[in-house]
Design a protein around this ligand. Sequence first.
Ligand code: GLN
Length: 538
Amino acid sequence: MARYIFVTGGVVSSLGKGLSSASLAYLLKSQGYKVRLRKMDPYLNVDPGTMSPFQHGEVFVTDDGAETDLDLGHYERFTNISSKQSDNITTGRIYSDVIKRERKGGYLGKTVQVIPHITNRIKEFIKKDITNEDFVICEIGGTVGDIESLPFLEAIRQFSNEHGKSKTLFIHLTFVPFLKSSDEIKTKPTQHSVKELRSIGIHPDIIICRSQQSIPLDQRKKISLFCNVPIDNVIETVDVRTIYEAPISFFNQKLDKQVLKYFNIKSKRKPNLSPWKKITKIVLNTKKSVNIAIIGKYVNLKDAYKSLDEALIHGGISNKVKINLIRIESDHLKNNEIKKRLKNISGLLIPGGFGKRGTEGKILAIKYARENKIPFLGICFGMQMAIVEFARNELKLKKAGSSELDKKCYPVIGLINEWDKNGEIIKGTDKNLGGTMRLGLYEAKLRNNSAINRIYKSDSVKERHRHRYEVNNNLKNQFEKKGLIFSGMSPDDKLPEIIELKNHPWFIGVQFHPEFKSRPLAPHPLFSSFIKAAKNHK
Ligand code: GLN
């Protein structure tokens, strides 16, 4: 049976449970173990697909088309293990499954309760689809003490009781503040948080203490004493200079060693930290920078484009340049400001998006990048807006638009049945909102000798999608005559997947989200190429 590691958080949120879990997973994987990472989210949405990025940051999409929490993105980037639908669950999903079963009479007349029915369903999730993994790391969202996370904590307590301590380990991540006024490190919040955890029957085996500065031995001893955890299992994590340093830092603090010791197993080999050391060095020492403008609706929220921000940094790493991200709110971008706002820009990126607000500003910016030969990357909605811009200004289709935004427009972007009489609108298994999207991995065939063909060094690619609307393929010839090439198509040749402009140094739009597959240790070729073009832009 796999060994289960449960990661909880205390004191405050945003301590980096996801990053800690991902770093531990890397260290274990790198020592020859098979690892799986899972996330349990306490909110009532069935999945984050319908949540605004303002609320919960980016929606991360997996190969198999699940719309998941952005922490799964961290997991993938650090471990290069592709997450699956079965790796993320929410309270909403658990309740919806239990209630569905109740309606079908699945509980044989019993009173359906949180314990045992909800907790049983959570335990099923924890074990689902696990085959030969050595370790399953399960992160519990939220902070200990929240009402919402109680059923999850109860479920992992039961799980440990049922499977024994030799197969389960509890890690608790807390915050150890430094009080300037008294010049002291304070352990009390940690003590309280552990007390809270113990009151619901969970005794942490390892405590990770997040702190702004190193915690002196005396203070660690105090945590060990009051929280009843061996001193070697009180592990500090001091703020790192770049997140890529995290696996190195946890290795130095012997987190992986203590985990293996707890389970009484030996390391198969030394973990390989040299790639992390290498990129940390690049990130910390790179001086030269490029200005990349990103124009979107959610630019002021830090996590709304998490994977995208990361993918750009990865592209910067492979070109040894820093990315100076200039975030521009699309709402207020007027024609007379475009020139001023984009003056010192070496690359323009229009990311994915939904809905009308701010679209005209994006279209104006794309026109500017096209005419002024500024490298441009359009992702999903960004590509769709590039099509609208070109149709209006070059094909002179003044009414061109996307039917998502204007039902009366001429749909150069539309639901497939709006522009192809045989085209079947995409149907997910779920008929509700969120059930009509093209989600997950789909293949695109790349045209020979196109820019995209050279970038990917391949004739075909599989990338992750998350959209409802498609580029109207009936206009392909008209676009191509004017120099906008449909260089990537779905294998049946019906759906445009990639567009590129001739006579422009770098102008590419993609219907998918390449950012989900970029890794710090393996930057995505599209982002590397885009940043290279930006670096060469004068
Ligand atoms: N709103 C557009 C669609 O549904 C684009 C979605 C996106 O950018 N992810 O097709």
